[in-house]
Design a protein around this ligand. Sequence first.
Ligand code: SAM
Ligand code: ZN
Ligand code: ZN
Ligand code: ZN
Ligand code: ZN
Ligand code: ZN
Ligand code: ZN
Length: 456
Amino acid sequence: MVKKRKFVETKSLKSPPVEVVIRDLTTHPLCLHGPTLLFSSEKGKYYSCSLCRNKKDCTLRIEEEDWKKESVKKLNEKYYNLIPKIDKATLWSNFNEVKTQHSSNRAYCNTCQELYILSQSKKHLKDHRVITPLSDEQLTHPSSWLPALNDDSVEAQYLFTKKSVSTVLGILKNNKIRNILCIGTPSIHEAAQSSQDFDSILLDFDKRHAQFNPPKKFLWYNMFNNYLFNGNTDENVLKNFIKKSREGGICVVMDPPFGGRVEPLVLALREMSDLYRKIFEKSEVETIPVIWAFPYFSEPYITNMMPEIKMHDYQVEYENHKKFHNKSKGGRKFGSPVRFFTNLPLFTIDMSNDKNYKLCDKCKYWVSVSNNHCNKCKECTSKNGMTYKHCNICKRCVKPTFFHCQECGRCCQQKGHECNVVVQSQSCYNCQEKGHKQSDCPQLQGRNKKKKRIQA
Ligand SMILES: C[S@@+](CC[C@H](N)C(=O)[O-])C[C@H]1O[C@@H](n2cnc3c(N)ncnc32)[C@H](O)[C@@H]1O
Ligand SMILES: [Zn+2]
Ligand SMILES: [Zn+2]
Ligand SMILES: [Zn+2]
Ligand SMILES: [Zn+2]
Ligand SMILES: [Zn+2]
Ligand SMILES: [Zn+2]
């Protein structure tokens, strides 16, 4: 007799799954953050903000059916004029004026988000948070002292440690790449700008960077809809930067907010790749070189949509994220969950001077010392920093906290295991549906790579 499975509600599953429909966004309604995304839920399809994960921050929502109405389209046209732009030339000339001053006369008001000459402005009142003096080094490395915007539902700014920055630059050097398209990676941009070996351009939603960069070095950008706020002017800057990389190669280095959805990021990478191919007349299949920092548990989503991208075992460390520090510094027990996903050869991520890594002579790239090469799976199987063990019945490696349950006929999390209970939060990695795992996902049987569901 086949036993019926019970489903257990868990607190961690906040809302039913919502799917992002991946397609060209140019015909979509606009909000203040550029073109919206089309979401599909059990209740139907609707357009909503690409950027604000907390819908209170951007309330626009248009049902798919309503978008066919002329009156709704007309109403949405106002956004053409409402979407903000920045006057980068003025900001840059302000920067140069401030720079002529002695460091003690340079100031940044965090309340007004403004760089200014201390002796020339009275508008920054006592209760404003003013940062002064500002050294030359600080002017060229604003991300090291600008207060981080830690709103996890918008910017989610977490900075790489110096070691992570130098690991990225090392990978690029090993690949003989000199030009970096920094998407949401100001610390890589700043390191590249002060190095002889690299050139870079920063694409970020944090427009404070426009106050510290020449107009051609910072593009105000939303990576969730691949939208440049300053329009054609900045599109040309981007094209010219890519064109210039004919000599010295190019790589996207991107570090999106961790709660961000994979589908729109993949779409942005595909559109970037289209541009790259058009400029260099490359083959249809070629994806722009990329190093993408993202949590290891996103691996199934990323590699399903972009099989050319592989996850490396290096644990990316962050300065201001307690949990994402190295374990030796009292962070998360098994280190940072963030990894690099890349289409560059994995062996070019050289960890030879870090004792936390070893060279796997079978995989032929550096892996965490705690990762074991499984001769049955034919790979170093750990994803999360623990040493995985092979289950001969499931024919795969599993976390050490799993055991093979005869009753359930598969490996299950040991803690709190109840036979034949499928915990909702442990539902399929790919489609979030209850009752099956990713390996049995019906969506992946007939692999529709363009349209996927991911965690809500
Ligand atoms: C997790 S932090 C990465 C910072 C990086 N580790 C560094 O050290 O330079 C996320 C970055 O993406 C930017 N960001 C957040 N949402 C964005 C969006 N929708 N489009 C572009 N950039 C965004 C943030 O301002 C921030 O710089
Ligand atoms: Zn919006
Ligand atoms: Zn002020
Ligand atoms: Zn191996
Ligand atoms: Zn194995
Ligand atoms: Zn098993
Ligand atoms: Zn069981």
